[in-house]
Design a protein around this ligand. Structure first.
Ligand code: ACO
Length: 322
């Protein structure tokens, strides 16, 4: 049986850091309020010259070095992003050119905060069916570009960053299961209410910003993490004790804690980086994964569970032998 195995991981965070104290100078908020409600202390924000493609590229280069693969080995590139550089071409194609990779399929997946899980699911299917042998699965976001810095209800929540895994075909266990879902009923609870086809004229100063009903999203996220936990564990016919590390989408510490509780996973086995990174949407899981691998918590042979929920609503999970 062919598995898709994580052969390497890399991530990239922009140098510029915006702390809660910095936000206090920009809007009517406080470090205490933000930490208490979200667990976030700081977030990284891109400079004028950085873009989703440039930070995604940096993460991909690090992951390729970690996996010891070169441009000639790569035969699939998928980028999960809600903040692509351009309408087209895909950010994946821009990264492909800059890496010097030739000819392989390269495309973006738009599933908001679930983008990395969607991309991982698709790459897994390619590898299992022989359509690819070495895939780059990238989550990269520049959410600061769609953040309304005058709206304290959303501006405090988001950050920028990128993470990448190299997936390789292997006889050894790798991705054990994936599940992805969507329910388009709740479009208005979390959205950027303008765009290419619908037009930009309905927004303040012609800009597109994240708009969210925070309370409703919170409730839905917690309920959905419960569904994800049940579906994933039923499919595995396993017990939560079989999972060594839970690596959830880093939305908010209260959502992460509630999700862990639903799973019955003790917090000592939950990877949380939301304090340092804030919510980086599709980048948050590979960023958290990379940090936990680098600091030695996650080791080869460990069983990991990823889970995400985001705008759409979209949600999904993956269980992976690392
Ligand atoms: N600083 C200070 N006060 C604030 C701020 C802020 N940054 N933002 C809102 N407030 C105020 C509100 O105006 C309100 O004041 P009022 O009582 O005078 O009207 C008060 O704080 C309470 O507001 P609520 O919205 O009820 O606060 P809540 O406890 O729900 O926390 C939060 C808000 C943090 C947004 C929460 O709803 C949440 O985490 N929602 C989930 C959102 C999320 O994570 N979205 C990410 C995308 S989806 C995903 O990734 C899963």
């Amino acid at each position: 049986m062919t598995y898709a195995r994580i052969a390497g991981i890399g991530s990239f965070l922009p140098e510029k850091v915006v702390t809660n104290k910095d936000l206090e100078k920009m809007m009517d908020t406080s470090d205490e309020w933000i930490r208490e409600r979200t667990g976030i202390k700081r977030r990284h924000v891109v400079s004028d010259s950085e873009t989703t493609a440039s930070i995604g590229l940096a993460a991909a280069e690090r992951a390729m070095a970690d996996a010891k693969v070169g441009p000639a080995d790569i035969d699939l590139i998928i980028v999960g992003t809600a903040t692509p550089d351009k309408v087209f071409p895909a950010t994946a194609c821009m990264i492909q050119r800059r890496l010097g990779v030739k000819g392989c399929p390269a495309f973006d997946v738009q599933a908001a905060c679930s983008g990395f899980i969607y991309a991982l699911d698709i790459a897994n299917r390619f590898i299992k069916t022989g359509g690819a042998t070495t895939a780059l699965v990238i989550g990269a976001e520049t959410l600061s570009r769609i953040t309304n810095w005058e709206d304290r209800g959303t501006a405090v929540l988001f950050g920028d960053g990128a993470g990448c895994v190299v997936l390789q075909a292997s006889d050894e266990a790798g991705i054990i299961s994936t599940h992805i879902h969507a329910d388009g009923e709740y479009e208005d609870l979390l959205h950027v209410p303008c765009g290419i086809s619908i037009g930009y004229d309905q927004t303040r100063s012609g800009r597109a910003f994240i708009e969210m009903n925070g309370n409703a999203v919170f409730k839905r996220a917690v309920e959905t993490f419960d569904k994800i936990a049940r579906e994933t564990m039923a499919d595995l016919e396993g017990e939560i004790g079989d999972i060594d590390w839970f690596v959830p989408h880093q939305a908010n510490m209260r959502i992460i804690t509630a999700a862990a509780r639903k799973l019955g996973m003790p917090m000592e086995r939950v990877i949380a980086t939301v304090d340092e990174h804030a919510n980086t949407s599709g980048a948050s899981i590979p960023l958290a994964l990379d940090q936990a691998v680098r600091d030695g918590r996650i080791k080869r042979g460990d069983t990991l569970m990823f889970a995400a929920f985001g705008a759409g609503f979209t949600w999904g999970s993956a269980v992976v032998k690392y």
